[in-house]
Structure formats: structure tokens, C-alpha cells
Design a protein around this ligand. Structure first.
Ligand code: ZN
Length: 124
């Protein structure tokens, strides 16, 4: 499954960033999964569920947001959501458009668990 590779490389990326910041326990990871990235958000979530069991990611949550594909016309600058296989500017008809988002998986944020969080209180 392709998504395992995606999740593993994301976790490596997270590791690097957290290590640079001085380390810590990771509570939540948020990613944006492009509609056109070739990666299935559900499968990413599943892959993470399988990878984290018994690992140090056991307590980490992964949130996956789906990001639509957005393209920008290189002639007139219009941004639009293109049809999957027909990249043509709806404003001027130019075929030279560039994908600006939605074509990759992006690490959005990392939340670290804070050690000094007060214990959860039960309300009565
Ligand atoms: Zn255009």
C-alpha cells in the first residue's frame, strides 16, 4: 500500500522537526491531503492506525484534511478548480496552468503534549 510509504515519510518529517525544536511527545499531527495527490485520505488514516499500534506513536492522533486541487493560469493569473484531466483556464482558455495546491500531501501542524497540563477533572 502506497499510503504506508506516505505515512512513514511524514512521521520521519515530524521526527526531524520535533527533534529540531528540542523533542517532546506528539499529541496530534495534522496533514492536508491533496485531492490530486494520488493518496487516499482514508487509507492514510488506516495506515497510521496500523503503524502506530505498539509504537511510540501509540498516543498520537492523526488528522487528515482533504484539500481540493487548485490551479492558476500562467497567462491571466486566474485560480480555479480544474477538471481532473482538462487543465485549461476557464477565463482566457490558456492551456498553461500550474497546480498551486491539492497535488501533494502537506504536513500542516504538529501539536506537542505539554507535561504541565492539569489532570482532567470529572464534572458532577
Ligand atoms: Zn487564463
Amino acid at each position: 500500500m502506497h499510503e504506508f510509504t506516505v505515512v512513514r515519510s511524514l512521521l520521519e518529517q515530524v521526527d526531524r522537526i520535533v527533534a529540531e525544536q528540542g523533542g517532546g511527545d506528539i499529541e496530534e499531527i495534522r496533514i492536508r491531503c491533496g485531492d490530486f495527490s494520488g493518496v487516499e485520505p482514508n487509507l492514510v488514516a488506516e495506515a497510521f492506525e496500523l503503524l502506530r499500534v505498539g509504537s511510540r506513536w501509540q498516543e498520537t492522533r492523526l488528522r487528515v484534511e482533504v484539500e481540493p486541487l487548485i490551479a492558476r493560469c500562467e497567462s491571466c493569473g486566474t485560480t480555479f478548480e480544474p477538471d481532473r484531466f482538462r487543465f485549461r483556464c476557464p477565463a482566457c482558455g490558456a492551456p498553461t496552468v500550474r497546480e498551486v495546491s491539492g497535488d501533494r500531501v502537506i504536513l500542516e501542524s504538529i501539536t506537542l503534549r505539554t507535561a504541565d497540563r492539569p489532570p482532567q477533572q470529572e464534572s458532577h
